[in-house]
Write a protein that binds this ligand. Structure first.
Ligand SMILES: *Cc1c(COP(=O)(O)O)cnc(C)c1O
Length: 364
């Protein structure tokens, strides 16, 4: 050995591929590849962030009190049981780090969020992939993967990159059938986009049971992706274990202030939700009207659509054609979806432009 040797489980990680913003030749494109908020950020959140620029010399509050209090007040939670992270990705890593290690198994779905596999491998645990049911989460398939070694099940609801939603009754059935020593992580990065009646009761399970962790983020509907603020909620012993491995000052002062202001701006969130519902439905209709070109839209409750290319126009060709016309979407061959493009719902102009470019590319 003549150089430091990385751990084999680290070398088994396929690095995360972020959504792109530029074309192969460096041109800036309309970025519809990272599920960001096309309406920007709440003005109140921006003002709160700017106000913090006066006190950059001080460490942030290590206990993130203002964030925990605001989140708890909004959802009726116990602030002591709110964990926080540098984005909810951080919270997902804390869950894996506290509850899984070498020899343990962690289950997630085939077309699941890429971070679950990275977080699993990072701690030396073994990923176990449950097959999907026509791109949606299949509770029976997940349960069939459970063994004595299972420690965590990660699901996103709505799921990314499919946009599919697992209804409350199915989440309840999954939770009821899991052994209580298995941690069920319900990643609700897109929860604010669903209708109130559709609530999957994840937070209710996190409040009342010992083995459910719900995660949320300020990166999507709140339009604060740049600030990296996420949080999680679960039983006190879960949260206590995660705090032991959390970096001492893992969220910034300005980020916390911005997040608290964003939580309070319900008008901005309502506008973003309504915009998304309108233009997601419109884009799905437009794609359906492209005629017999083999394009299929997976039903979505999130702020994006997964479009499957099942005819002679390939997803790769469409991806390149859209890029030439100024639009960058997400092509995911590395996630088992060489035949799919994930498209974020943009502004009205961006969404209309994307639909026109797609029509041009596929010749519908
Ligand atoms: C975007 C996303 C996240 C989190 O993002 P952060 O910016 O790290 O909070 C988590 N889970 C899913 C499924 C996502 O799509």
């Amino acid at each position: 050995m003549n150089a430091p040797v990385p751990k084999p489980w680290v070398m088994a990680i396929a690095p995360y591929v972020p959504g792109r913003a530029t074309a192969d030749d460096g041109r800036r494109l309309v970025k519809l590849s990272a599920n960001e908020n096309p309406l920007g950020t709440s003005p109140a959140a921006r003002a709160a962030l700017e106000a913090e620029s006066r006190s950059l010399d001080r460490y942030p509050d290590p206990g993130a009190s203002i964030l925990r209090e605001a989140v708890a007040a909004k959802y009726g939670l116990d602030p002591a049981r709110v964990i926080y992270g540098s984005g909810s990705d951080d919270v997902l890593h804390l869950a894996a780090g506290a509850f899984a290690g070498p020899g343990d198994e962690v289950i997630f779905v085939h077309y699941g969020f890429a971070v679950y596999e990275i977080a699993t491998r990072r701690v030396g645990a073994t990923p176990v992939v449950a097959p999907d049911k026509d791109y949606a989460t299949d509770v029976d398939a997940i349960l069939a993967c459970v063994t004595d070694r299972t420690r965590i099940v990660f699901i996103a609801n709505p799921n990314n990159p499919t946009g599919t939603f697992t209804p409350r009754a199915e989440i309840a059935r999954l939770h009821a059938a899991l052994p209580v020593h298995v941690l069920l992580v319900i990643d609700q990065a897109y929860a604010e986009y669903i209708d109130a009646d559709d609530d999957d009761h994840g937070l209710m399970l996190a409040m009342t049971t010992p083995n459910v962790l719900v995660t949320r983020t300020f990166s999507k509907i709140y339009g604060l992706a740049a600030e990296r603020i996420g949080w999680g909620y679960g039983a006190a012993p879960l949260i206590e274990a995660m705090h032991r491995i959390r970096l001492p000052f893992n969220i910034t002062t300005a980020g916390q202030q911005a997040a608290v202001a964003a939580l309070g701006d319900t008008g901005f969130v309502d506008t973003a939700r309504a915009h998304n519902a309108t233009w997601r439905a419109w884009l799905a209709e437009e794609i359906a009207s492209l005629g017999n070109r083999g394009l299929r839209v997976v039903p979505s409750k999130a702020n994006f659509l997964l479009v499957l290319f099942e005819g002679d126009v390939t997803a790769e060709l469409a991806y390149k054609g859209l890029m030439e016309r100024g639009y960058i979407v997400r092509w995911l061959p590395g996630q088992g979806l060489p035949h799919g493009l994930r498209m974020t719902i943009g502004t009205e102009a961006e969404t209309r432009g994307l639909a026109a470019a797609l029509r041009d590319v596929v010749g519908g």
